[in-house]
Design a binder for this molecule. Sequence first.
Ligand code: ZN
Length: 253
Amino acid sequence: MSDNQENNENSKYLPIIVNTPNYTFRYSDTLSEDEFQKIKKSLDSCYQPYKDFFGVENHAKYRVYIYPSRDEFHDDWYNNKMPENFIGLGGRGFLSFVSPQNCLPTMSYERAWKELVPHELAHTFTFENINFFQSEWHRWFVEGIANYVYFYRTGDVSWYSVEKVRKAIQLLGYIPDLNELGSHNKVNLEVFSKNYGWQFADVAVDYMIKEYSEDIVSKIIKNPDKTPFEVMGITKSNFEIGWKKYIEEIICV
Ligand SMILES: [Zn+2]
């Protein structure tokens, strides 16, 4: 999940502050030292690869908010208005998530390590250049990229699942349009989530990278005043046609 910049510098739930060269961590006294070190190590190991991948210069240290559970996370962010199963978000200059130990039932401990923490950090890098309130940022791009960068870093091909895409089409009864996945910032997360946005975003990014190669990502990020389609040099509708055809090809194999 990703969203607009906010901060919780004075959260009553996160009294502990630790500064490292790249991050300022805030967390609760219920987080064990071992667990904190594991989170720190994960974020440290992602930092340079992400910097290379996104090709951005970081403006400041990133703020990392680690919550003991969903209740405190939801209470601090958006006044409890986040969808119930949400456990993380990342935006310009910050990332915020529930401690991987306490992500159930949304996510297992293992998945939270593999997907949640690096995913939210990817949003922080993605939004380094984007002005939320002025530019048209594209939710399908932002979410798909946050998953793809895991593959970039680890080479793990399980970064997305054709099976999950097939299931999403079955449940939805159709392949949604890009407009339903946030082809601009107006699509809210609830709509995105209802349309199985993450699954379709993954294929859109997979398709985009197959067609335009991996460095298209940093080109898009470095041109926040252009839409991803403008940077790719294709109209939105032609991209959509190609993407839908690609979905049909991969799910029929
Ligand atoms: Zn996300």
